[in-house]
Design a protein. Structure first.
Length: 250
């Protein structure tokens, strides 16, 4: 199995505070990888490092290496091209204050696609992949802000998919959603891995167990354990992992 990301000796500092410590991890392609751990342990920091969203934060220093299919994302890779290849979905749905259609077409237009029929095809294909086409096909010209929270999050997934990424980063994408919407997103993630790699940060142990092929447990900026999800949840090697999964962590 080939890897989409290869992370070597990655350190990240916010000023004098070290948020990531010697992270070494290979992320296999076309699988779901979950990052778990307590708040402030480095999960989201690593996630945002993978498409260089931390670049905009003042005082950030990053050392080590992050390879995307063999190319160093911090050495000569154009950031806009990186983010086309590595899309992101955030904790809270953040549709643009535009129509449903224009939300999805925004990225392709940015990348130079202007042909109306081609844009229509991209919009329909992306909304279908995000399992929301049937709900919005008659509302494409309505504001995206009129959708429910769960629909908005699937719209944001469709918006990311419109750029045809190789990887989709998801930072607690269901934490603001009701249980039914959460299950829809989880089903969608399981389908998406047929075409791309998904990396998801979650505080929900059951969610990681349901959808992830492999799981990494973070603590104080370090990867304590990184195993297949089945191994992690049934026979963890580190007692700290066991304590966290069983709720005894404190």
């Amino acid at each position: 199995m080939s890897n989409v990301f290869e992370i070597s000796d990655l350190d990240l500092f916010y000023g004098n505070f070290q948020a990531l410590k010697k992270v070494n991890m290979d992320v296999p392609e076309r699988q779901v990888t979950a990052f778990i751990g307590p708040s402030g342990c480095g999960k989201s920091t690593l996630l945002k490092t993978l498409n260089r969203m931390n670049d905009a934060i003042e005082g950030v220093k990053i050392t080590g290496q992050v390879l995307l299919r063999g190319s160093d994302i911090y050495q000569g890779m154009d950031v806009s091209k990186l983010r086309k290849r590595v899309g992101m979905v955030f904790q809270n749905p953040n549709p643009f204050p535009l129509s449903v259609f224009d939300n999805i077409a925004y990225g392709p237009r940015t990348y130079g696609i202007r042909n109306k029929s081609k844009l229509q095809g991209i919009v329909e294909h992306s909304l279908k992949k995000a399992a929301i086409w049937d709900e919005v096909k008659d509302r494409l010209n309505k504001s995206a802000l009129s959708l429910s929270g769960g629909q908005q999050q699937r719209l944001c997934i469709a918006r990311a998919l419109a750029a045809e990424p190789e990887v989709l980063l998801m930072d607690e994408p269901t934490s603001a959603l009701d249980p039914i919407s959460t299950l829809r997103i989880e089903d969608l993630v399981m389908e998406l891995k047929q075409d791309l790699s998904v990396i998801i940060v979650t505080h929900n142990m059951q969610q990681a167990a349901r959808i992830a092929d492999q799981t990494a447990f973070f603590l104080h900026g370090e990867v304590i354990e990184y195993e297949s999800t089945e191994q992690m949840f049934h026979l963890p090697k580190d007692p700290r992992t066991q304590d966290y999964i069983t709720g005894r962590f404190g």
